[in-house]
Write a protein that binds this ligand. Structure first.
Ligand SMILES: [Zn+2]
Length: 281
């Protein structure tokens, strides 16, 4: 089994983040974080997959077309930045059709890859993705249920595990995000998100190494705001302490951490690939 690492970004701005929805007036764009991520991927010889929120296509057009032109892939991160499993299948289906319409017009092809906002996917929404012709979903986060930000992992009824973390049903695939025992949480997400961003590097590295030793596919999932160096206005009036920390802390530190992760993957014998490389295996 080839060890494959896939680099992805959910392209959303401050205002799409759940804790800032409706409270983002006057905030700068976090787009510099996306360009930084693409440059780092290119510097390490990786092609990324960017998941776009399709209702914001016009806002993100220059970035997405730049990425496409440079050989990165574009997936769908919803029409709106809203959790699919909370909408129910019918409403999700309508949003997905709208997202596909914008995607087709923008990129002159059908989208293949999907990641759910908030990682919130269930079996019904996966069925809808399959029906609407998607090839692969990468939203499922196996975790122990102690992690309040994530919904319970979809049960995947009728799927078979074709390779580690990759499940298939009628030619449609869903790939699990990497998870491990980070901090006091049992089985927490390891490929991006709050813990990997804020836990000490010592702890992150130890857990990443344990995961990478298994040879399972590694998926890194970033957001522009995590790398953005845009200067933010005073957020004390609109956000609580945790929310402020989430949007405003450690951006330079996380840039350095990304480079360390690239180095660690190389050391552990991982090749930088894309979703298709995993399906070929
Ligand atoms: Zn998102």
């Amino acid at each position: 089994m080839k060890k494959i690492a896939i680099f992805t970004m959910d392209v959303e701005d401050f205002g799409d983040t759940f804790c800032l929805q409706g409270k983002s007036e006057g905030l700068p764009s976090a787009e510099d974080g996306a360009y930084f991520f693409l440059e780092e991927c290119e510097a390490h010889g990786a092609k990324a997959t960017l998941f776009a929120v399709m209702e914001h296509y016009e806002r993100d057009k220059a970035l997405l077309q730049y990425a496409k032109m440079h050989g990165h892939h574009i997936g769908v991160h919803g029409y709106r930045h809203a959790r699919p499993s909370e909408m129910g299948r019918e409403a999700f289906g309508k949003e997905l059709s709208k997202a596909k319409e914008v995607y087709r017009e923008a990129f002159l092809e059908d989208p293949k890859f999907f990641r759910a906002p908030g990682w919130a996917i269930d079996d019904e929404c996966l069925e809808e993705l399959k029906e609407q012709g998607f090839l692969l979903d990468n939203s499922r986060v196996p975790h122990s249920g102690k992690y309040p930000m994530y919904v319970k992992a979809a049960p995947l009824e009728g799927y078979k595990e074709v390779s580690p973390n990759l499940h298939e049903k009628d030619g449609f695939f869903t790939l699990d995000m990497p998870s491990g025992r980070l901090l006091w949480y049992q089985q927490a997400p390891l490929g991006g998100g709050v813990l990997i961003r804020f836990a000490s590097w010592l702890s992150v590295r130890q857990n990443l190494k344990a995961y990478l030793k298994t040879g399972k596919p590694f998926v890194f999932a970033a957001h522009p705001l995590e790398f953005s160096l845009a200067k933010l206005p005073d957020l004390r009036k609109r956000l609580n302490f945790h929310e402020r920390y989430y949007v405003a802390a450690r951006h330079k530190g996380y840039r350095r951490r990304l480079r360390k992760i690239f180095r660690l993957l190389k050391k552990m014998g991982y090749a930088l690939g894309m979703y298709e490389d995993l399906l070929k295996e």
